[in-house]
Design a protein around this ligand. Structure first.
Ligand code: ACM
Length: 533
């Protein structure tokens, strides 16, 4: 009897010790077994790596520990059996996967690639006290709760888009956006670089794109219905050197950048500098100053194709990723209907109407992109007239475009506006700063299920992932962009990474609450509206 009581007391002690440990990892790992006790990072703690490819990540961890605690942690090469913190390679794991085993004696991190080790590093930081994110030196006692984690993502594409056309975001702001994506294991940054309201990327062959197309004479302020303007010129662009710098910066965080160059719609800024590419070559085009969809679109002349191919040639040289996004959305056909050139071309090519003319435009660009060894990506409108087999579709008008694309064997990124447009309000509009509209609380974001009943198992394999979009008509600075992005990007990250079976909003919300001190330590300007919802 005494023995049983002793055992019960022991079990109780272990359970309460485990209960004191918290594991607020977002996105939720595939498997996490809690355990009692914790690992203490002390003065003599060292990090061992078994392969040189792991040195950068080990050094990152050592740097964080040094800033947070003042302790200098040595990084050395050695065997997996070493004590302290050990990073080693394990070919049996998935490409982005890792295992993280924390005991009072040792932290054992295994991964197939450095990328997996980077994700293990992110999980470890989330388990540590918030001071681990400190940017100025502190003397925190650092610990990590014992546990055993086996992790790998559900989807290979986990993305966020930032629109830098409506408002321009500096290189530092973009780097900050990328920094935070990496914390939550997002791996694709979609850089929306051109818009009616501004062209943001230097193209050496066409200098007027930066001297003219990147600046608008004024900007709409307040609600669209107010029709008010600020009477102040606004502009900005990235030089090719800056683009290279951001691409390299993102690569260090295992984030691929997909550039977007819009065509044939959302191109009014191009026409302000190169009116010969429009349907009305005599028109005084200007860079758009108000929001909404412009009727001033590119005309499908040979000169336009040459121009866009030249632009894409420079863009492709800057971005090593496989995908080039060419927009393709929201191209009003008004001017094509009124254009003698377009109507003659429709007849000559034996096309049915202006919609088929748009397909002709996209297919020509698709051929060009494909011939250069890259893959075309576009909004779901590009599906309307047939595209090359390796082109990918980004479904934004709900999931229908994505479902159609998957059924036609195209890869798909699901980015349905009603779940993932982060310019929508996340709480009652009366209590929030001005936004474009809509109603998208955190729970709605989290509720998106990419496994759609309309798709067979084989078709569903074409859904490569999900993305949320930060359109910026009403978001003029990075601080506000962060507010609109967080914590909703965490919901996106969990839907993209964690298993379908583990999805549970209340559990997510509880972890998010526990993770808030870490977000505060990172100085993330996140919305707390979800606490009251
Ligand atoms: C879009 O929202 N026009 C892709």
């Amino acid at each position: 009897m005494k023995k049983i009581i002793t055992q019960l007391v022991l079990v109780f002690l272990v359970l309460s010790a485990v209960a004191q440990n918290s594991y607020n990892i977002i996105p939720l790992p595939k498997k996490l077994e809690p355990a009692a006790g914790s690992f203490s990072f002390k003065k003599g703690t060292s990090i061992t790596i078994t392969d040189p490819s792991l040195e950068t990540i080990a050094t990152l961890l050592a740097d964080n520990i040094k800033t947070a605690s003042g302790n200098v942690i040595a990084v050395k090469t050695g065997k997996a059996g070493a004590s302290g913190i050990v990073f080693s390679l394990n070919n049996g794991l998935e490409e982005e996967g890792y295992t993280l085993k924390i005991s009072s004696k040792k932290i054992d991190i295994q991964s197939k690639t450095a990328k997996g080790a980077f994700y293990a590093f992110q999980s470890l930081l989330q388990l540590m006290p918030p001071q681990i994110y400190a940017t100025s030196t502190s003397t925190a006692q650092l610990t990590a709760p014992n546990c055993s984690i086996e992790d790998a993502p559900r989807f290979g594409y986990r993305g966020l888009m930032l629109d830098v056309g409506r408002y321009f975001f500096s290189v530092d702001a973009v780097k900050r956006f990328i920094d935070l994506m990496a914390v939550y294991k997002l791996n694709t940054f979609h850089w929306h670089l051109t818009e009616d309201q501004g062209w943001r990327i230097e193209i050496k062959k066409y200098p007027l794109l930066t001297s003219i197309s990147s600046v608008r004479k004024e900007t709409m302020v307040g609600h669209y219905s107010d029709q008010k303007y600020d009477n102040t010129p606004y502009g900005g662009f990235y030089t090719q050197e800056q683009i290279k710098e951001v691409v390299a910066y993102a690569a260090k965080k295992y984030i691929t950048i997909i550039p977007e160059i819009e065509m044939p719609g959302h191109s009014q800024a191009v026409l302000a500098a190169y009116p010969q590419l429009g349907c009305n070559q005599d028109k005084m085009y200007q860079v758009q100053t108000k929001w909404g969809v412009s009727n001033d679109v590119l005309c499908p002349r040979e000169e336009t194709f040459t121009f866009m191919q030249d632009v894409l040639t420079e863009v492709m040289a800057l971005f090593p990723g496989q995908y080039i996004h060419i927009g393709g959305d929201e191209c009003p056909k008004t001017q094509w209907k009124e254009s003698r050139f377009c109507q003659d071309l429709i007849k000559k090519l034996n096309l049915k109407d202006e919609h088929e003319l748009q397909s002709y435009f996209i297919r020509r660009i698709d051929k060009f992109v494909t011939s250069k060894g890259k893959k075309l990506l576009g909004w779901d409108e590009i599906l309307e007239g047939g595209i090359s087999p390796n082109a990918m579709v980004m479904s934004w008008r709900g999931t229908k475009g994505g479902i159609d694309a998957a059924k036609q064997n195209h890869d798909v990124v699901m980015s349905p506006n009603s779940y993932f447009y982060l310019d929508y309000y996340q709480a009652d509009s009366k209590t929030e700063p001005l936004a474009i509209g809509g109603n998208l609380p955190l729970s709605k974001c989290y509720s998106f299920e990419p496994d759609l009943p309309e798709l067979t198992a084989a078709e569903a394999k074409h859904v490569v992932g999900i993305q949320a979009n930060v359109w910026t008509e009403y978001i003029s600075n990075i601080n506000y962009a962060e507010y609109m992005t967080y914590p909703r990007a965490l919901a996106l990250s969990e839907v993209a990474w964690s298993t379908k079976e583990s999805k549970n909003y209340e559990n997510f919300k509880a972890r998010l609450k526990g993770h808030m001190p870490s977000m505060d330590a990172m100085k993330i300007n996140y919305s707390k509206a979800f606490l009251k919802q």
